[in-house]
Design a protein around this ligand. Sequence first.
Ligand code: ARG
Length: 275
Amino acid sequence: MNSELLVSDASRFRVDYEINPYMDTAVQPDPVAALAEHRAIVAAHLAAGRTVEYLPSAPECPDMVFTANAALVRGDRAVLGSPPPQRKAEIPYFQEWLADRGFEVIEAPYAFSGQGDALACGDLLLTGYGQRTDERMLGVLARELHYEVVPLRTVSPRWYDLDLAVGVISPDALAYCPQALDTLSLRTLRGLGVELIEVSVEEAARFALNLVSDGTTVTMAQDAPRLAATLRDRGLKVVELHTTELAKGGGGIRCTALTLDNPPPKQRSDDRPHR
Ligand code: ARG
């Protein structure tokens, strides 16, 4: 998992509008530092042995560095994101890139934050709804990508995308911030039968859960020493990186990489046509 990623670049990254509580148009990223930060993330993916595909950012798209919101990909199918109006111009670039690569591209009929709100965990799809993703997308994703959709809700716009509140470490281990999820979602998560690692609200607020794990190496934000230590204790290799510039846009490491290699569903015997 997560061994094939689509990234863009930070050369157009700016805070031109405020669509999440971290964004403040009066606080702009330093362009040179932002580029360096993003390059270091890409270098870390490559050093971990991941394949990185690249789509150049477009001038009219100051948030295009956050490729995770563009779509959710499984096997050879991709459901496009349907972001807030300020980010709509990004989508055609991704649509074209995915179609050129042979993916069957499906447009989202409702608001959808792409992989930002849809974390694949084996055959499960942890799906955030109620903020950037319309509840009706739950059924659409189940139908179009054949995931077993697990609906989850965060408690405030601070966790406007699920990938700020939950991180997939491996198909059988998740990290999550209990304070970020509502009661029903906590019950759902605890009933999944996967191992759960608790992360403090302080570390989660520093984008600790916005990580990329391939099951061997975890690429994550600096300044979350407790989560980093927990993961190392489990035998994982942990690479910690600065994300202070990206944080001004309300994003971190996970937000800058769209996963292209989520495994397709296995053909189940009950999928065969009945007679
Ligand atoms: N400024 C971007 C937005 O608000 C940040 C997106 C971060 N992406 C994510 N997957 N959390 O849309």
